[in-house]
Design a protein around this ligand. Sequence first.
Ligand code: T4K
Length: 408
Amino acid sequence: MKSALSDLAFFGGPAAFDQPLLVGRPNRIDRAKLFERLGRALDGQWLSNGGPLVREFEQRVAGLAGVRHAVATCNATAGLQLLAHAAGLTGEVIMPSMTFAATPHAMRWIGLTPVFADVDPDTGNLDPEQVAAAVTPRTSAVLGVHLWGRPCAADQLRKVADEHGLRLFFDAAHALGCAVDGRPAGSLGDAEVFSFHATKAVNAFEGGAVVTDDGDLAARIRALHNFGIDLPGGSPAGGTNAKMSEAAAAMGLTSLDAFPEVTARNRGNHAAYRAQLADIPGVLVADHDRHGVNNHQYVIVEIDEDTTGIHRDLVLDVLRAEGIHARAYFSPGCHQLEPYRGRTHAPLPHTERLAERVLSLPTGTAVGDDDIRRVGDVLRLCAAKGHELTARHHDPAPQTSTPTIGRS
Ligand code: T4K
C-alpha cells in the first residue's frame, strides 16, 4: 500500500502495475463461438452485403433497443452520417459539446453545422432549456448524446423539438442495454445510433447500428449504406458504402452473447470502485444508477481540485506512471477542439466544469477487485496529499529520487 509521495511511481517509487491497466480493453468473449461463426461465413461464401450474420445481429440489436428496425453499419460515425443524410437534415444540428469528437465531426463532415448547447450539471446530458435557447431558423435537428449510458431527458427534448418542428435523434454510442422508466435507449428518439467499437461493452471490432421504429427512414438508411442502389428516385448525394461485414457481425453476435456477463462484471466493478473511493473527500464516483438502468461500461470519477488540491490532469499523469491508463472522457469539450475552437457559441459553463474534472477508470472483464483496490490506493494518496503533490510537481527541487514523468 502506498502511503508517502515517494511511494508513487511518479516520484520514483515502484509502479503499482507491471502490465498496464487500460480503459477500453476489449471484453472477454467465447472464442470457440466466434470461430464457429467465422467458419460458417467462410463455408457459406457470403462475407458482406447483408449476409445472415449481419441480419441476425440487426434483429438482436433491434430487440435490445425495443424498436422494429436496425441497420448495422461499419461504425457509429458512419451511422450518424447516414441517419442525418437519410433524414434530409440541413443547416444546424444542436448537440452537447460534452461528447466524443465523433458526434460533431459526423455532422460537419457532411456539411451540417454543429451548434453546442450546455448540459445539465447533474446528468452531463443536454439541458432542454439550453437546447430551446439555441434554436435558430437554420436548425433542423437535436442530436442528444446518452453520455456514459445515461439516457437523455427525452420527453423534455421531444417537447422542444416538437415546438420548433425539429427531428430528435440520439447518439447512443455508450448506451446499449441502458434504459429509463422501462424505455430502452434506442427507442427514445426518432432514431438512435449505437457503437460497437472494440472499446465498447459489445464490440464488432468496428461497428455501429442505426435503430428506429420509422420503416421509411430505416429503408433509406439501408439503401444509402449500400451505394444508394435500391433507393427509389435515388439521392442527390448518391450513396456510400457503410455496411457491416459478416466477420464484424460474427464478433458482434459473440460479444452480444457475453453482454449479460460483461454487464454484471462492470456493475460489480463500479460498486467496488464506489466502495474503495467512498470516503475520499473531493473524489466522486459518478452514480449512474440514479439516472436509470446503466450498462456501467464507463466508470467516471470527478476530481474536485478545490478539495483535493490536485487537478485532474496531474491525477491522470500520476495514475499513468503507476501503469493505470485512465482517460479524460470527455475533455476538453468539443467546442474547445479544432475545428470548433474560437467559434462563437453559447456559454457552456457546466460542460467546461465537468470537462475539467472527469476521468474514466479501467473496467471490463480484464479488471478485478485487486486491481480496483490498487487504483483506489493511488487515488487516495493523490487526494490526501494533493496540495503537496502539486507543489512538488511544480517545484521539483526537494525531490531526491529520479522523476519518471511520462513513463508508462
Ligand atoms: N459518439 C460517441 C459519444 C462516442 O463515444 C463514439 C466513440 C462515437 C460516437 C463514434 O463511435 P465509432 O464510430 O467509433 O463506432 C475511443 C474509441 O475509438 C471510440 O469509438 C469511442 N467513442 C471513444 C470514447 O473511445 P479513443 O480516441 O479514446 O481511442 P484510443 O485508440 O485512444 O483507445 C482508447 C483506449 O482503449 C486506450 O486505453 C486503448 C484501448 N484499446 C483500444 C483499442 C482500439 C484497447 O485496449 N484495445 C483496442 O483494440 O476513442
